[in-house]
Design a protein around this ligand. Sequence first.
Ligand code: DAH
Length: 347
Amino acid sequence: MDTTAKQEEWLASIAAAADAGALAAVEKRLLGPKGEVLELVRSVTALPKDERPAFGKAANLVKQAVEAALAAARERFADSALKSELEATDFDPTEPGPRRARGTLHPITIVQNELVDLFRSMGFREADGPEVESEYFNFDALNIPGDHPARESQDTFWLDDDNLLRTHTSPVQVRTMLRLSKHGFEPPLRVIVPGRCFRSETVDKTHEHTFYQMEGLVVDRGVSVANLIHTMKTCLRVILERDLQVRLRPGFFPFVEPGFELDVNCPFCAGKGCSVCKQSGWIEILPCGMVHPHVLREGGIDPEEFTGFAFGMGLQRVVMLRYGIDDIRQFMGGDLRFLQQFAEVPR
Ligand code: DAH
């Protein structure tokens, strides 16, 4: 039998099928239980033995060609079925889908990022430390021994006898100095430490149990209060976006000597006196001071040779001043109406 002629005939009938129904009929005629193609393959048994291998091979090739042509045709009809189904409705597959709501940066993150950029430009590096801190780093290394009243002022979440949720970012001062001195490196050292802190506070308009600080530490030969004031003034001018005056008052923190409270003139009344600054014209914004020799020593640095300054900025405080926010609870409140006001990208 001429397999080539048969194949051509069958492929032509597949090509001639006008729709999916006609194609199914052709498929049945060719490959169904008594299908013509199967008959062809089976007819091999009627041949003399020596002709069988060649014929069998040819017949199988025909069968494969028919199957492939059928599969291709089926796909063609499926595509056009989908197309006519789409045309029958007003569904437009080219229309953009629903927009995904886009999150925004938290105002604390926005200000923190700006501060990190600013301090980087002044040669500082970022350092980090654990939120679950040891008693030693949180207190003792900072010159606050067990019986010191300064411990009382930090309402502490103790986890067990030796560990607590850090009450400030200052422990990273000693951690960073140690990491440096342990490997034989010497100052200059300029780091900032943005981070989350915790105190067992009763929450109200100005107190939160979870808050953010940014610690700063500079150690070098001949570092003085003048360097401290200049750095702080630059930082506040950039972050509060205005020219400002600062003043230093004595402040007590066991890990600095002398210690200061740095105030800025009140942005709400330009120093005239209002309810925000309690009529004083000044707002307390930044505790700071010259690093205590005890702290340098704990960090493995010789206080006879090096001096340093440190500061501990309350980030919420700065954010509140910058945006005129009057309630610290907004930050952790998760109210989208509050948070979406700080969208930097158009929504
Ligand atoms: N760690 C202090 C606190 O949370 C703030 C502070 C004061 C940090 C003076 C400093 C500093 O680095 O020099 O109350």
